[in-house]
Design a protein around this ligand. Structure first.
Ligand code: OSB
Ligand code: MG
Length: 374
């Protein structure tokens, strides 16, 4: 197999509700979609999860566009590969830029699954016929608004709730949620907003039976998280700090966390997710799939990878309707009243991509063909 043509589409999609975290507020997504063609009638879709700004990670929409166009596409175009995992070898000279790489790599996994006529989740080694879903709720204008959002998500069936916290909006929120929902499977995500100097405050969260505290300290830290984890009962979960399977091994060996959140884009693609999933299974470290406010294509990839057996906790993968008035895939992602998603049975990502909708949302596009690169 080879990638004969690669199309890039930069789309803009307004979010149904603004999403606010300790690092900023997002009202509209600017998303790169990658469409790969094998020149033999086969095609596949990937989505770049980079944010509009470099506040969650160094990568952002425009940096990823440049990395893909200038450096990654020229390495991949027209080269014979035996499977999608081979793409990492072709892109190995480019350091970092994992979200950019993952967009291309995941599109190629979709292409390979479609060529074989099997669902992507099956090609990845998935076995779950249903995945467990939670929701991530951003910072809200008031405690009342937060409680209302939680009540609504519980009614929809979601199995656990994650709330965002930041200094000044933490203990009071957790207390209020616990008072109203004593048995709710609840966790908090700080997106790196604290330091070890806040240890006493963070340790006081042990009183609230949280499932975990996600990424309280430095975005690239493992050491301080290990010190904090030793000092507290509540499991820490790392998100930003886990960029590779090596990072995951270091974090487990150091005791920096007891739970891992994996995002396919953050770690550079499905092959790296598979390595982390194998590691977590052999070390019996609970693993779950995080989210990056994905449109339908990224969401479909998340559903597929969440079927791997090592994904033992509900993820941040939820219904399209929580984000978009109209998604770019058909049908949109829906959640059962039990708070699960059933992975589709069709080949590849298993959802059809709405080209008309994408064209209507497109800000910029480009086409790259193997012949032109010779
Ligand atoms: O830290 O998990 C995070 C969204 C954008 C960037 C970082 C994060 C998030 C979320 C939202 O928590 C998860 C989702 O609903 O997609
Ligand atoms: Mg997070």
């Amino acid at each position: 197999m080879r990638l004969a043509t690669i199309e890039l589409h930069l789309i803009r999609m307004p979010l149904l509700h603004a999403f606010e975290t300790s690092v900023g507020r997002t009202t509209e997504r600017r998303i790169i979609l990658v469409h790969v063609f094998d020149g033999e009638g086969g095609e596949g879709w990937g989505e770049c999860v980079a944010d509009e700004h470099p506040y969650y990670s160094e990568e952002w929409t425009d940096s990823a566009w440049l990395a893909i166009e200038r450096f990654l596409i020229p390495e991949c175009l027209g080269v014979a590969i035996s499977n999608a995992g081979d793409l990492n070898r072709l892109m190995r000279h480019v350091r970092g830029n994992r979200m950019a790489k993952a967009a291309l790599e995941s599109a190629t996994w979709d292409l390979e699954a479609k060529r074989r006529g099997i669902p992507l989740w099956q090609l990845l080694g998935g076995s779950r016929r249903e995945i467990d879903c939670g929701v991530s709720i951003g910072l809200q204008p008031s405690v009342e608004a937060l409680l209302e959002r939680i009540a609504k998500e519980r009614e929809a069936g979601y199995q656990r709730v994650k709330i965002k916290i930041k200094p000044g909006q933490d203990r009071e929120l957790i207390e209020a949620v616990r008072e109203r929902f004593p048995d709710l499977p609840l966790m908090v995500d700080a997106n790196s907003a604290y330091t070890l100097q806040d240890s006493e405050l963070l340790r006081s969260f042990d009183a609230f039976a949280l499932m975990m505290i996600e990424q309280p300290l430095g975005h690239d830290d493992l050491f301080d998280h290990a010190l904090l984890q030793k000092a507290m009962e509540t499991p820490l979960c790392l998100d930003e700090s886990i960029r590779t399977a090596e990072d995951a091994r270091h974090a487990i060996d150091l005791g920096s966390c007891r739970i891992i959140n994996v995002k396919m884009g953050r770690v550079g693609g499905h092959s790296e997710v598979q390595k982390i999933e194998r590691l977590c299974r052999s070390e019996t470290v609970p693993l779950w799939c995080g989210g990056m406010l994905e449109a339908g294509i990224g969401r479909a990839h998340n559903i597929a990878l969440s079927t791997l057996p090592g994904f033992t906790l509900p993820g941040d993968v939820s219904a399209s309707a929580r984000y978009w008035t109209e998604d770019i895939i058909d049908p949109p992602v829906t959640v059962t009243p039990m708070g699960t998603i059933v992975p589709p049975a069709g080949p590849g990502i298993g959802f059809s991509v709405d080209r008309g909708r994408i064209d209507a949302l497109t800000e910029r596009h480009s086409t790259h063909s193997a012949e032109a690169h010779r």
